[in-house]
Design a protein around this ligand. Sequence first.
Ligand SMILES: NC(=O)c1ccc[n+]([C@@H]2O[C@H](COP(=O)([O-])OP(=O)(O)OC[C@H]3O[C@@H](n4cnc5c(N)ncnc54)[C@H](OP(=O)(O)O)[C@@H]3O)[C@@H](O)[C@H]2O)c1
Length: 333
Amino acid sequence: MLALLSHAPGGPETLRLEETPTPEPGRGEVRIAIAACGVNYPDALIIEDQYQFKPPRPFAPGFEIAGTIDALGEGVTGWQLGDRVIAHCIVGGMAEYVTVAAHHCVRMPAEMPFEIGASLLVTYGTSLHALKDRAELQAGETLLVLGAAGGVGLAAVELGKAMGARVIAAASSEEKAALARERGAEATLVYPREPSDPKALAKAFKDVCGPAGAQVIYDPIGGGYAEPALRAIAWGGRYLVIGFPAGIPRIPLNLPLLKGCDIQGVFWGSFAERQPQEHAANVQSLLDLWQRGQIQPTISAQFPLPQGGTALAKLLQREVLGKMVVLISHGGR
Ligand SMILES: NC(=O)c1ccc[n+]([C@@H]2O[C@H](COP(=O)([O-])OP(=O)(O)OC[C@H]3O[C@@H](n4cnc5c(N)ncnc54)[C@H](OP(=O)(O)O)[C@@H]3O)[C@@H](O)[C@H]2O)c1
């Protein structure tokens, strides 16, 4: 099969499209003929050895996929050849085939296109776990989302709206802010691409959130944005730590004391492994929300497999609106 392989730690330009043996499913596994692979920031981290988990090389990046089951391992029940599924595989998605544990597969609704299936699990799964399980976001609360037009950010905007929150979206351009408004944000803030004036940025966050502040802040960017945003949190608020494309911030601990607030870590992958029943319930909720039209992944670009590295480069350059997918045409180079 063809796969976009990482042989050594490095950026997207180090990925190579190569012929490699098609994997055989082991006991309890299925093989999936991949139709689409969602592109996520962790794909860029994992090929640079910057992710929590370091898979043995060579490997193809690609956390989440949608496709068709084309082989069953020993002992697999409940699945048939030809079933359309979505799955999170951590690595292996930018390839023609991948093997995954059968219990990691989710049956796709018949009317769901593959590119949508490949865009739901990681982004919406992370944001639902963060907003529902960690922050316990309530209807009527104010939710401030940073990086609000990115993958997890836009999912948080849509889910926050679906949960009845007043959503405020912050992003680095008017185009990104407009997309967040389109997907449900009531108010927006355009912040600078380089946060060089923390006091001015804190004031901008406070102004857009209003005098009571935001009860929940969803932060998938970190860096110099985190502390100014935390200064705009409400008394008793919850600050969700999601990721750090702008760098890992250091927060003065007097701030959570003064605000009487919680700083909450979110690690969706570990949650899915450690709490499989709660994870499965969340995935079902996402499918229901999609079928009711309350969430709709914004896929702004699609790439063929040989250009998977180009997609990752666009993420790192902060150019992406919503989500990108890599489409796999079997046998095509
Ligand atoms: N905790 C978890 O369980 C979990 C799960 C999935 C993802 N994540 C993390 O969440 C973060 C976002 O992932 P994603 O897939 O949503 O990525 P994404 O689509 O690229 O979105 C990231 C957003 O971060 C903002 N950003 C700020 N500074 C940036 C920089 N220096 N480089 C790139 N982007 C920058 C950009 O928005 P603006 O230009 O508007 O600022 C961008 O839209 C990543 O750190 C990822 O590892 C965490």
